[in-house]
Design a protein around this ligand. Structure first.
Ligand code: HEC
Ligand code: HEC
Length: 279
């Protein structure tokens, strides 16, 4: 078959060539997802306090309250002194503290941790079980519905299926020097103890609400939590701690202070059926 000028084949070839010249190189969502591109785009979540009227607005507001005061509004599912906001800062919208808008459009997702595709609900159940050392609320519970409604609301307008800039926790490069608990202790006492206490136990405020959360010990996250991985914790600290002075630690300092925090006792990983070792 001849491909003459103006034949359908010719037009098709010409339009493809023309389009590839005219359009800037773009990454399709599937490609971005496959390549794990984490610098794809920034996202600005909607302003605080803008809620729809009616039942949906009330559910979103409930989810926000659960997120910020988990131990008041979802008490029966929480087993320690932390709230969702203890780690997902600024009511879950701060970049690099695993913001909700970075998660909402990237589930369902396969996770090595439990060897299956997780829905967003299942991912959140994981945080209840490990990070809050508690009992996961059922998928169809009011608590879970409210959290999902809130996550949806702060993700309004974000693309589906893309890893956005600022999503998740920064993955730090391997440190130059082996992380040192000794150097970490010096740093912790100088830069962290003011709020979290020399003993790492934080400070209680009125009504049992925690002003500064404990970073180790029986009321902190357990050994199955993401932060029990030193690299994950170091990535969080690098970008977020000391509070409001994120990015002031160097990579090495973040590794060192993470190693120090991690060297203390905390509740056992609930997946381990063996009794607590007491360490
Ligand atoms: C002790 C810290 C901590 C607490 C408390 C915590 N989380 Fe997480 N959460 C994490 C870490 C760490 C990750 C993994 C982030 C990553 O690397 O993608 C995570 C992941 C998530 C994700 C998926 C994020 C993503 O980008 O894939 C969601 C959603 C989430 N948490 C919701 C919650 C909710 C809701 C609560 C409260 C019920 C909560 N978390 C409590 C530390 C915590
Ligand atoms: C000015 C007070 C302040 C300082 C200084 C500070 N933090 Fe925090 N930190 C907080 C607060 C408050 C939260 C919880 C955020 C929230 O609830 O909004 C937090 C959360 C955390 C968390 C996650 C929750 C938990 O309890 O495990 C870790 C880990 C942490 N800080 C470690 C550190 C380390 C390490 C340093 C020193 C490098 C440090 N912080 C310095 C106030 C502080």
């Amino acid at each position: 078959m001849k491909i003459g000028p103006m034949s359908p084949e010719w037009l098709r070839v010409a339009s493809v060539v023309l389009l590839s010249v005219l359009l800037p190189a773009t990454i399709s969502p599937a490609e971005a997802l496959a390549s794990g591109n984490k610098n794809f785009q920034f996202f600005a979540p909607p302003a605080e306090g803008t809620l729809p009227d009616g039942p949906l607005g009330r559910l979103i507001r409930k989810g926000e309250l659960i997120f910020i005061h988990t131990n008041l509004y979802a008490k029966k599912y929480v087993g320690n002194d932390l709230t969702c906001e203890s780690c997902h800062l600024d009511r879950g919208i701060k970049p690099y503290s695993a913001p909700l808008w970075g998660a909402f459009g990237t589930y369902p997702r396969y996770r090595e941790k439990n060897h299956k595709v997780n829905t967003l609900e299942e991912r959140i159940q994981g945080c209840f079980r490990f990070s809050l050392n508690g009992t996961p609320p059922p998928v169809d519970s009011e608590t879970m519905k409210a959290i999902i409604a809130y996550a949806y609301w702060v993700s309004r307008g974000a693309p589906i299926g893309l890893y956005l800039k600022g999503q998740g926790i920064v993955r730090l490069p391997k440190p130059d020097r082996t992380p040192s608990i000794r150097r970490g202790k010096v740093l912790f006492e100088a830069r962290c103890a003011l709020c979290h206490g020399l003993d790492g136990q934080g400070t209680q405020a009125d009504l049992g609400q925690v002003a500064f959360p404990p970073v180790w010990g029986p009321h902190s996250y357990n050994k199955g939590a993401g932060f029990s991985n030193v690299r994950e914790l170091a990535g969080f600290l690098r970008m977020n701690m000391p509070l409001s002075k994120g990015k002031s630690l160097s990579d090495q300092q973040a590794w060192d202070v993470a190693a120090y925090v991690d060297s203390h006792t905390r509740p056992q990983d609930p997946r381990k059926s063996s009794p607590a070792t007491g360490q």
